[in-house]
Design a protein around this ligand. Structure first.
Ligand code: FUB
Length: 296
């Protein structure tokens, strides 16, 4: 567990270390930066403070949320939500910052949001960017119970329209609220998302499996939820694999028992298991988290 109030962690392996990129969990006006954490064993974490700051992103001034990061052509691209826009008249949405290093500093890449409007009813937040097998990069994102997918162009300055002329395709599965995450594994697309309300105890993660990034995604079931003996409000997650042990893990946030503070969310890691058919087994959340898994 990393110290402090954090949420929405995206986990990665970069340059021989495990990395966590979470939201700083605080009042929206105080969410003006992102911190990252790195580790060589999943137990001892080093904090990399203020890897990006709204001071360097002219259009962003609050609610910097849910970072997602990809490495491409010698750069690390950090996608983030900012300003929690409520309609198309407000400034904000999903932005991109980039750095030569996973610890930043990241600087604003476009000088404006990459997605600054609602499309198909999706609030432009909670993006996740992934590389497909053919080298294409996609963004899945959305709040307010709608999820879109779009194909990024080669330099991440915009999008490549789909053959039907559309740019944002809705792929919302039943139950979707926010926190989209796509895992590519064994030729399948494991699409996961958060359900319930993020401020309450019943926040949870569900999933579907598809043969293409566009689905169709039929909800299979819940894989992560509260455990009344461990923690409440378990949700908004990501998945990663140790390159050495090959174990799979889920990084997510949750609330300490008997703590109802809206922003009192902590990042935790537990093991994730697939069954013989490749389906995801429900996660057993643990009080102490994972044991050391040295990356080398
Ligand atoms: O942390 C801010 C917001 O809370 C995220 O964007 C949502 O998914 C929820 O976790």
């Amino acid at each position: 567990m990393i110290p402090g109030w954090y949420a929405d962690p995206e986990a990665h392996v970069f340059e021989g270390r495990y990395w966590l990129y979470p939201t700083y969990s605080a009042r929206y006006q105080e969410q003006v930066h992102l911190d990252a954490f790195s580790s060589t064993d999943l137990v001892t974490w080093t904090k990399h403070a203020r890897i990006v700051d709204t001071a360097a992103v002219k259009w962003a001034n609050k609610a910097m949320w849910a970072p997602s990061i990809v490495q491409k052509d010698g750069w690390y691209y950090l996608f983030f939500g900012a300003n929690d826009i409520q309609n198309d008249r407000e400034q904000g949405g999903i932005g991109v910052a980039r750095s030569r290093s996973p610890e930043g500093p990241f600087t604003d890449y476009l000088g404006k949001p990459l997605i600054e409007r609602f499309h198909n009813g999706a609030q432009p937040i909670d993006q996740m960017v992934f590389r497909d097998d053919d080298g294409s990069y996609y963004i899945v994102y959305g709040g307010w119970r709608h999820c879109n997918i779009a194909k990024l162009n080669d330099d991440f300055t915009g999008f490549v329209p789909f053959p039907d002329g559309s740019t944002f395709k809705e792929i919302t599965p039943k139950g979707f609220v926010e926190g989209a995450y796509m895992l590519r594994k064994d030729g399948k697309y494991y699409f996961m998302w958060s359900e319930g309300g993020w401020t309450g105890p019943n926040y949870a993660v569900a999933y579907a499996v598809g043969d293409s990034p566009f689905g169709p995604f039929e909800r299979v079931g819940t894989i992560l939820k509260q455990d009344s003996t461990v923690a409440t409000g378990a949700g908004h997650h990501s998945v990663f694999q140790s390159p050495r042990s090959k174990k799979w893990y889920i990084a997510y946030h949750r609330r300490p028992l008997n703590d109802t503070g809206r922003d009192h969310r902590v990042v935790s890691i537990d093991e994730l298991h697939f069954d013989e058919q490749g389906m995801i087994r429900p996660v057993k959340i643990t009080f102490d988290g994972v044991v050391a898994d040295p990356i080398r």
